[in-house]
Design a protein around this ligand. Structure first.
Ligand SMILES: [Zn+2]
Length: 144
């Protein structure tokens, strides 16, 4: 069942609950509250739900900055699915598409004396296609 477009959040997070042809929205202030509500819902077989986030300011122009975040749900084959979210701009941190989390990127010098900014956890560099795309790091073409 699709989430109706008419659903608008007044609080930052929401869980759209779909059961028996009915759609109910429950709103939360934090993601973890929404997540734990979703966890409770996943105990029921006849309930579908979707966790949604209110669009935040400060990410305009970053519509393509999407990342996939794992959501555990025992009703899904394999017990989880990936939810597509907009990457937030966090001071000093980038979203690492390998770690699926916000990480500090540090300067690493390789044996050819080239310095690259890399994820402090997994070592992927900012030259990676997905890191660039998720964090809006592509250079915009300049008109001369
Ligand atoms: Zn990483």
């Amino acid at each position: 069942m699709q989430t109706p477009k008419s659903i608008k959040l007044t609080r930052p997070w929401g869980v759209v609950v779909k059961t028996g042809g009915k759609v109910v929205l429950k709103e939360f202030d934090t993601e973890s509250e929404a997540q734990s509500f979703g966890q409770q819902l996943s105990a029921f077989d006849n309930v579908e739900f979707e966790i949604i986030e209110k669009p935040t300011r400060g990410i305009a122009g970053r519509e393509n900055s999407l990342a996939f975040v794992r959501v555990d749900n025992r009703n899904m084959p394999g017990g989880f699915f990936y939810r597509c979210v907009q990457v937030k701009q966090e001071p000093g941190r980038l979203f690492c598409t390998e770690c699926h989390d916000y990480r500090k990127f540090v300067d690493v010098t390789d044996r050819y004396e080239l310095t690259l900014r890399c994820c402090s956890e997994c070592g992927i560099s900012v030259n990676d296609f997905y890191i660039k795309t998720a964090n809006g790091l592509w250079e915009r073409p300049t008109s001369s």
